[in-house]
Design a protein. Structure first.
Length: 70
């Protein structure tokens, strides 16, 4: 039995087992999860890029429940 793995991005819980793609477009962090697409706005492209790095690190670590990515 596997335990669902989640990441919390700006108050949205996302099951990381379903994350198919993560990218940055302008000032937004974009995540594709199966049939859903999530877009998170940041104040600048640098903050969005930093959020992308944090998300990728959490996905690689496969933590059970991770702190927020703001």
């Amino acid at each position: 039995m596997s335990v669902p793995l989640f990441i919390k991005v700006q108050d949205t819980l996302i099951n990381i087992a379903h994350v198919e793609a993560v990218s940055v477009e302008d000032e937004s962090l974009c995540m594709a999860t199966g049939a859903d697409a999530h877009e998170f706005e940041f104040e600048g492209a640098q903050q969005a890029a930093q959020a992308l790095q944090r998300v990728q690190a959490h996905l690689a670590a496969k933590n059970l429940l991770i702190g927020e990515v703001q």
